[in-house]
Write a protein that binds this ligand. Sequence first.
Ligand code: HEM
Length: 193
Amino acid sequence: MWNGFTPLQLAVCALATVAPVLILGATVAALLGALSTEELIEFALGAGENPGMITFGALFVASPVQWLTGRSQVRVRKYLGISFFALALSNAAMFVLETGAGAMLSSPLLVAGTAAFALAVPLFLTSNRRSQRTLGMKRWRALHKLTYVVATALVLHVILVGDIGPGAGLITLGFIARIPALRRWSEARGLSR
Ligand code: HEM
């Protein structure tokens, strides 16, 4: 235990830090002229796409993990949320650099990616205690149901790209774990705490 984090939670947070830090480093290198814009785009997309999906997938299964283990995952979820948003922002920014903002809605796969990014903005901005107090928990919870729309948009995005990786698997697992009948079944067997 460190500062209330278990070793597994620390490992998950450390892993979720790798891609944003690498992309930040590459962006600084590009600003200093050590990397060309094309090299930055190629690197940032490679480092941000699948890790972004996996980070969101981990975030999406954090609540079911909390029900199953009885251990709060709130701080891990918050950390993964920040990391995911950084990667989503990077993916959107790299697309705009490479192709231009005008093309962001020019095909179904891009609409799905843009929707996932755009809806992540209000979630990111309100992922703090102050917003919970300002909005009130009822409205805050209703707003954060957008997470399900982001999850669906991301899965659609990768289905349309034709590259269904581990992140989409985690998101699907997150949806399955939320099926009310399954949750009731696990509670009845004492699997949920
Ligand atoms: C919101 C967060 C996003 C995540 C997690 C994400 C994730 C991914 C993943 C996993 C892939 C497949 C990568 C591969 O084949 O190696 C991909 C491809 C792609 N994404 Fe996203 N994406 C996001 C947002 C966006 C946005 C905002 C745009 C642009 C509007 C975008 C445009 C693309 C394009 C153009 C491709 C490549 C399609 C192809 O190769 O045919 N993505 N994305």
